[in-house]
Design a protein around this ligand. Structure first.
Ligand SMILES: Nc1nc2c(c(=O)[nH]1)N[C@H]1C(S)=C(S)[C@@H](COP(=O)(O)OP(=O)(O)OC[C@H]3O[C@@H](n4cnc5c(=O)[nH]c(N)nc54)[C@H](O)[C@@H]3O)O[C@H]1N2
Ligand SMILES: Nc1nc2c(c(=O)[nH]1)N[C@H]1C(S)=C(S)[C@@H](COP(=O)(O)OP(=O)(O)OC[C@H]3O[C@@H](n4cnc5c(=O)[nH]c(N)nc54)[C@H](O)[C@@H]3O)O[C@H]1N2
Ligand SMILES: [Mo]
Length: 772
């Protein structure tokens, strides 16, 4: 019998749908078995119909009149509402023109971003499938989350295990780990989400269980709040960007005090001797000891020595948040953390070794049921043209210019069309003023989104899409034993369509409709994907109900008896039989491959590089503060910034920024005051929060406030709302990974007393109706 229950799935959780008698959805309630449902769900209903929603296709006025020749007005001009037929014909004709005149590599379809949960209506999968059928596109590789680690780790450990998959699960940390050393903390705010969805928020419970079982936590981070107070962690407020120096000094103590496990190093690693010469200062005359590191990392030499000895005394987990590698030379803390863990010799044992991303997403530390769930097939991209994801502005500004990436000499393609669906580059890209300049280069910009984000405002053609609440989909919380029937809960807003319907229609104009849809409608695809999931689950011995039963029930749970294993337990047990996928089959503390690339900014073993911008150099001596633009508590990046939860956190409409009391006092900044943060790259307004939990010299401003330039389209205009990416620097981590460096930026702060324009980010842009 079908029940009257409905559920929905979002990146931030699973929710039970509550309705009025007439069927109208009134609330999304946390699931009874979720120990810590995320409040973010409460933003979804209101945002669905708010002033920031786009109800109809829109074309920038100048583009409608003069086409691609008019691009200087991008981001500044009003929009003209058009009907779907006009919009889809315009897009189809432009795709045709660009691929005829410039070839498919001139279309940038990387379209990086989190989109929304749901296996079918995944915006990037939809767009990539469409573009592949249309002849291909220039793509992007790696993620904003952990690009440096994604490229570095395969050279060091042969995979991204311990970051992407196969972490030592919490169940094997709890009771086994004596000391959990958390670089970047284990911020519970971030465990609200996992890409694709969350069933149960369990990290908070695990931390408390670990504490009760005797694990001691050390939070090495500029923010005390990066571990919940209930865990009782010791706080070492490291200078942002100084962690590699600290790790080197810990390694130095282990080595000189005879605490390093040379048996492990000999059997399981290669290249320690080369690294040791650097560590001891044989090669450069500078031992990397605690006295050297203390002024760099801001942790006293005595504390470093004490921590190193404690780490060698019992079972120690070295945990590094992804944030550390989203920084100048972000490859180094990753390589150095593996090296440090190897010196402790506990890799492969319960509660020991290393892990990247505990506290960065709910999934990290779960025992994954390891079913390879199906996704919408994307076909093959016939074009081999790509950029590392964060090199977007460089690509647009410098067509043909050479760049290095992971041992390859490449050059930037000449992009004529940019197409984004499910991402928000005017949220995620560093140095937004540079992006505005770069964004003027392509001839046509197409954006699919549900809301007037800054990216939609900087488009020529805006194709408004439905939200998850307005369509049917299959939800699978990856890494957890749960499938959700994501039923349509509300009529689509205005004239919006799903990305699938939008692209099917464009495909029709290009003669690709049958290939794109394969004759299936939305429910046909949802059923098809579910049946694929059922098959794959069956192969793992998991029985799922048939589709109709599942859809009626709204939810399918299963049990997975997969036992978690410590990361690299098989390698530890027998390194000859289970080698790592590195050239040596071992952990590479020195990599001949990386050394062979001959990069001056990423040599063959972990080293200390002072970041170009940080508090340890001249700039820091003046009145600069280090900007930590971390992930927001109240939303997912820019998503739901227009929702109730995020809006409630604003101060006079501006994003809150947290200062240490001493830094606030020195600048006459009072709690709740309006503050201007600025540097040579840009400026924004924020509301001040004053907190002892912020290390001196640091200002914390979460990412995601919708960019709201006082004068839209003008480079350098003041952002009224508090988007940190007007301040961050756009450069690669190194020639190896070319990852983003959001966490390496210095800013200055001043109290603002004159009245300032209000935030208008959630109002629609100017529009006018076409002449009849
Ligand atoms: N300063 C600074 N910058 C950062 C970071 C940082 O730490 N500091 N973090 C970086 C990281 S780790 C990441 S992952 C990125 C995140 O950057 P993004 O993933 O680009 O950010 P989101 O706000 O999640 O953007 C997703 C967009 O997709 C839209 N969307 C949702 N569902 C759908 C759909 O079904 N169809 C379509 N067409 N659109 C949809 C949403 O409305 C939203 O505008 O930001 C990076 N930027
Ligand atoms: N609520 C919520 N949760 C999220 C997201 C979100 O938008 N909202 N985004 C998700 C995404 S896409 C990702 S990639 C993950 C990101 O996970 P992370 O990259 O780990 O997240 P951040 O919040 O940027 O950083 C975590 C903490 O690292 C600390 N930190 C920054 N720089 C340094 C440093 O130099 N040294 C040390 N020791 N610590 C430093 C900061 O104090 C910060 O609070 O979070 C995910 N979780
Ligand atoms: Mo991310």
């Amino acid at each position: 019998m079908p029940t009257d229950q409905s559920f929905t799935l979002a990146h931030w959780g699973t929710y039970r749908v509550e309705r009025r008698a007439d069927g109208e959805v009134t609330a999304l309630a946390g699931m009874g078995d979720d120990p810590l449902p995320s409040a973010l769900g409460q933003s979804m209903l209101g945002a669905r119909t708010d002033s920031a929603r786009i109800g109809q296709p829109m074309v920038r006025a100048g583009y409608l009149e003069n086409g691609p020749a008019s691009r200087a007005g991008r981001g500044a001009e009003p929009f003209v509402p058009v009907d779907w037929d006009a919009a889809t014909r315009l897009v189809a004709a432009e795709v045709e023109r660009i691929r005829q005149d410039h070839g498919n590599s001139a279309i940038f379809g990387g379209s990086y971003g989190w989109a929304s949960a749901g296996r079918f209506h995944h915006a990037q999968s939809q767009l990539h499938r469409f573009l592949n059928l249309a002849g291909g596109y220039t793509r992007s590789v790696n993620t904003h989350s952990h690009a440096a680690a994604e490229v570095m780790l395969p050279h060091v450990i042969g995979s991204t295990d311990g970051m992407g998959e196969n972490h030592t699960p919490w169940s094997l940390i709890c009771g086994a780990c004596d000391l959990f050393v958390a670089f970047g903390g284990i911020p519970e705010k971030n465990t609200q989400v996992s890409a694709g969805g969350v069933a149960r928020h369990e990290v908070g419970t695990w931390l408390e269980r670990c504490r009760d079982a005797g694990t001691e936590f050390v939070n090495i981070s500029p923010l005390r709040s990066d571990i919940s107070a209930s865990v009782g962690a010791e706080w070492l407020p490291v200078r942002p960007g100084g962690d590699t120096a600290l790790m080197l000094a810990l390694a130095h103590v282990l080595e000189v005090e005879g605490l390093a496990d040379h048996g492990f190093l000999d059997r399981y690693t290669t290249g320690f001797d080369r690294f040791r010469a650097y560590l001891m200062g044989t090669v450069d005359g500078q031992p990397k000891d605690p006295d050297w590191a203390a002024p760099l990392c801001g942790v006293a030499a005595g504390e470093i020595r004490a921590l190193a000895r404690r780490m060698a005394q019992g079972r120690t987990m070295i945990s590094v948040a992804w944030a550390l590698q989203r920084a100048d030379h972000g490859e180094q803390p990753i390589w150095m953390a593996v090296t440090l863990a190897a010196m402790l010799g506990q890799i492969g044992l319960p509660g020991g070794g290393f892990g990247f991303g505990y506290g960065c997403s709910n999934r990290v530390g779960n025992t994954d049921p390891a079913v390879g769930w199906p996704a919408l097939p994307q076909f093959r991209n016939p074009i081999d043209s790509f950029i590392p994801v964060a090199r977007l502005a460089d690509m647009l500004l410098n067509p043909g210019a050479p760049f290095s990436y992971d041992g390859r000499a490449l050059s930037y393609p000449d992009i004529r069309m940019v197409w984004w669906a499910g991402g928000n580059p005017f949220h995620h890209q560093q140095d937004l003023n540079k992006l505005i300049a770069a964004w003027r280069r392509p001839e046509t910009v197409i954006v699919q989104d549900a809301w007037w984000t800054a990216t939609a405002r900087h488009a020529d053609i805006v194709l408004p899409c439905s939200t998850t609440l307005e369509r049917n989909d299959l939800g699978i919380a990856k890494g957890e034993p749960l499938l959700i029937a994501m039923k349509r809960l509300a009529e689509p807003f205005g004239q919006v369509r799903s990305d699938y319907d939008i692209l099917s229609d464009i495909a029709r104009h290009l003669g690709l409709e049958q290939a794109f849809t394969e004759g299936r409608d939305e429910m046909g695809w949802v059923r098809h994907l579910y049946e694929g999931a059922q098959e794959r689950a069956a192969a793992k011995g998991i029985a799922l109900p048939d589709f109709d039963g599942f859809w009626a029930e709204g939810i399918a749970r299963f049990t997975s008896d997969r036992e978690g294993k410590p990361l690299f337990h098989a390698f530890r047990a027998d390194p000859e039989a289970n080698p790592l996928n590195t050239p040596s089959g071992r952990i590479e503390i020195f990599s001949e491959t990386v050394a062979g690339f001959d990069y001056d900014d990423c040599p063959g073993h972990p080293v200390w590089f002072a970041p170009e911008e940080w508090l340890g150099t001249e700039g820091g001596e003046r009145d600069s503060l280090h900007l930590i633009s971390n992930q927001p508590v109240t939303r997912l990046h820019g998503q739901m910034d227009n929702g109730a939860v995020s809006r409630a956190s604003k101060i006079d409409g501006r994003e809150p920024a947290a200062f240490n009391p001493a830094d606030a006092a020195a600048r006459s900044i009072a709690e709740g005051a309006l503050v201007r943060l600025f540097n040579d790259r840009g400026a924004c307004l924020v509301g001040a929060v004053i907190s002892e939990d912020v290390a001196p010299g640091v200002v914390q401003l979460a990412t995601g406030a919708w960019f709201n330039p006082e004068e839209p389209g003008r480079i350098g205009a003041l952002d009224l709302h508090g988007n940190p990416n007007v301040l961050t620097r756009d450069a690669g981590t190194s020639q190896l990974a070319q990852g983003p460096i959001a966490h390496s930026a210095l800013v200055r702060a001043e109290a603002v007393t004159s009245p300032q324009k209000p935030v208008t980010a959630f109002d629609p842009p100017p529009m006018y109706s076409p002449r009849r």
